[in-house]
Design a protein around this ligand. Structure first.
Ligand SMILES: N[C@@H](CCC(=O)N[C@@H](CS)C(=O)NCC(=O)O)C(=O)O
Length: 211
């Protein structure tokens, strides 16, 4: 199996964290054709990175689908809790990333990097999403008492992107006052695979912004 990856992609970064965390035997490569070209869509109809190429040459798209599949293939990688409630909490963090923090805060800022306009609204929206996430995490109890799961792995790259972007819009201390998010963020970064792959993503993203 092979992962088609771009280092600056928060979605691909999730899967790279999973691969590193579980030491999964997968090649990680740049896509063979350029993203956002007709050639890419012809080969990969979902049109997005990451893509998992299976040994029979077929492909799976979407980071969450890929991560669940990899967890099924390599059951010992340990990122899926056995307990039903813990799984629901894991899903909640992944949903927070994909349906709230991403579309509500990260991607609007990403889209505005070149112009740097609309900062007040962007920061207000960011605060609304961070407040939501803070309540969610506070309701899940002491994170340090549990193991890392796929929900953490899905959320960490989105929050990392937000912390890279927020200062560009005047929010230097984006997590100030969000105690549960701050505690979770500190804790998730103690995982070596998380810290290492977020570093790779941040470096690639910084270079990407300078383009
Ligand atoms: N839901 C998808 C989103 C993937 C995604 O949006 N990837 C971006 C790179 S960060 C992409 O390929 N964008 C190309 C495009 O939208 O044209 C997932 O979880 O994998």
């Amino acid at each position: 199996m092979k992962l088609f990856n771009l280092d600056h992609s928060p979605y691909a970064t999730r899967v790279r964290i999973q691969i590193k965390h579980g030491q999964l035997p997968l090649a990680v490569e740049a896509p063979p054709v350029q993203l956002r070209t007709p050639e890419f869509v012809a080969q990969f109809p979902y049109g997005k990175i990451p893509i998992l190429q299976l040994d029979d040459g077929s492909h799976l798209a979407d980071s969450w689908v890929i991560m669940e599949y990899l967890e099924s293939c390599f059951a010992d990688s340990g990122l899926l809790p056995a307990d039903a409630l813990e799984r629901a909490r894991m899903q909640t963090l992944a949903r927070c990333a994909d349906t709230c923090l991403g579309p509500g805060a990260v991607f609007p800022m990403f889209a505005a990097v070149a112009k740097r306009d609309n900062a007040v609204t962007l920061v207000e929206n960011m605060d609304a999403e961070l407040q939501r996430l803070d309540h969610v995490l506070a309701g899940q109890g002491d994170v340090t008492a549990r193991s890392l799961h796929l929900g953490d792995v899905a959320l960490a790259p989105h929050l990392s992107y937000l912390l890279l972007l927020a200062p560009l819009f005047g929010a230097d201390d984006a997590l100030g006052g969000y105690d549960a998010v701050s505690a979770w963020w500190q804790w998730v970064n103690t995982d070596a695979a998380v810290a290492e792959e977020l570093g790779v993503m941040q470096q690639a993203a910084a270079a990407f912004f300078k383009k």
